[in-house]
Design a protein around this ligand. Structure first.
Ligand code: UT7
Length: 332
């Protein structure tokens, strides 16, 4: 078999809708308080899409920004992968809608569903097309309009989520000094009932009853997800570090899924990460599901925490349960 080619990220673009939903706003909607939300989650505000704005719109804007950064036309891409749990509709795929909006003639693609781990799963899926030499330019997008599936009368979920998107372009790395190094992914389907949207699929197609029972919203057993995430995120990162003969303190930039500040802190502590390596922006965006990791990449860049050659670890736990961690050296 010919040598596999390492993929590297050559551009990053992000987009969040302009409208803000603050903790003060939420205090007017449900029985909650700014203090509770900040203390239990770390979130202060999140961005919310206006009615009629869908995941494909956020994804397209993020993709346009990544293309502009790289100086590429959309039609120069080979494949578009959209990681999302809030597709515009069941079909066509959001990737098809983004392809059309970008004018990416001749490009193929598909959606990938893995909830909060979808971006890291999509990143590795895209990297495989580069590795085999099948493709040279892969657009990987994480985009979610979580507000479209949130029950704004349920204080246990509505305070957590926000809307947003991020896109990266993957291309072949010339050598091993930069690019994607290794990854570990896992699923544990026994956790499916801890975080899910029961209605609208083939099991419970939409009916008046499914609407009345509020089955088209996110349902979450917060504590069960929290416990699993605290244990599993650190565990998967430890395994990945160990098999690469690395320690937590070797990581320059840790970019975790932004679900809860307490989960991020627990992971950082257990791995022995340097405090300055940990990227946090949950205070400004909440949990944007597939959008969190590329949005946090942008935050890291703005904070000067992401420089060419930096050793970066991405990590996520999400509905499914899905779990993922990625090691890479930043290339731009
Ligand atoms: O990205 C996907 C993965 N998702 C996650 O990682 C989420 C993981 N889970 C969490 O982040 C946390 O479990 C939550 C933030 C969802 C909840 O925090 P918690 O510390 O686990 O709270 P809890 O569910 O144990 O609830 C504690 C109390 C309860 O009241 P009682 O029964 O003690 O009287 C809740 O009813 O807090 C109450 N509560 C609230 N109070 C004020 C729940 N939500 C709220 C709220 N405001 N928004």
């Amino acid at each position: 078999m010919s040598q596999l080619v390492r993929a590297k990220i050559t551009a990053l673009g992000t987009y969040v809708p302009p409208r803000l939903l603050t903790n003060d706003d939420l205090e007017k909607l449900v029985e909650t308080s700014n203090d509770w939300i900040v203390e239990r989650t770390g979130i202060r505000e999140r961005h919310i899409a206006d009615k009629g704005v869908a995941s494909s719109d956020l994804a397209t804007e993020a993709a346009r920004r990544a293309l502009a950064e790289r100086g590429l036309e959309a039609s120069e891409l080979d494949v578009i992968i959209v990681a999302t749990v809030t597709p515009d509709m069941f079909f066509p795929s959001t990737a098809c809608l983004v392809q059309h909006k970008l004018g990416a003639k001749g490009v193929w693609g598909f959606d990938l569903s893995a909830a909060c781990s979808a971006f890291v799963y999509a990143l590795q899926t895209g990297a495989q097309f580069i590795a085999t030499g099948a493709h040279k330019k892969v657009m990987v997008i994480g985009a979610d309009v979580m507000s479209s599936i949130i029950d704004y009368t349920d204080r246990a979920t509505c305070v957590i989520f926000g809307d947003g998107a991020g896109a990266v372009i993957l291309e072949p790395a010339e050598d091993d000094s930069v690019g994607l190094i290794d990854f570990l992914h896992e699923m544990d389907g026994s956790g499916g009932c801890s975080l899910y949207m029961p209605g609208g699929g083939s099991l419970h197609p939409s009916t008046r009853e499914t609407v009345e029972k509020r089955m088209h919203y996110v349902h979450q057993d917060g504590q069960a997800v929290f416990k699993f995430a605290v244990r599993k995120q650190a565990e998967i990162c430890e395994k990945l570090l160990t098999r690469n003969r690395l320690k937590g303190s070797d990581i320059d930039t840790f970019i975790p899924h932004q679900a809860n500040l307490r989960i991020i802190k627990a992971t950082a502590e257990r791995l022995g990460l340097k405090a300055e390596s940990v990227v946090v922006n949950i205070d400004r965006y909440g949990n944007t599901t597939a959008g969190t990791i590329p949005l946090a990449m942008e935050t890291a860049r703005q904070e000067g925490k992401l420089k060419k050659g930096n050793l970066v670890m991405l990590a996520s736990v999400g509905a499914g349960f899905t779990v993922g961690a990625t090691l890479l050296r930043w290339a731009i």
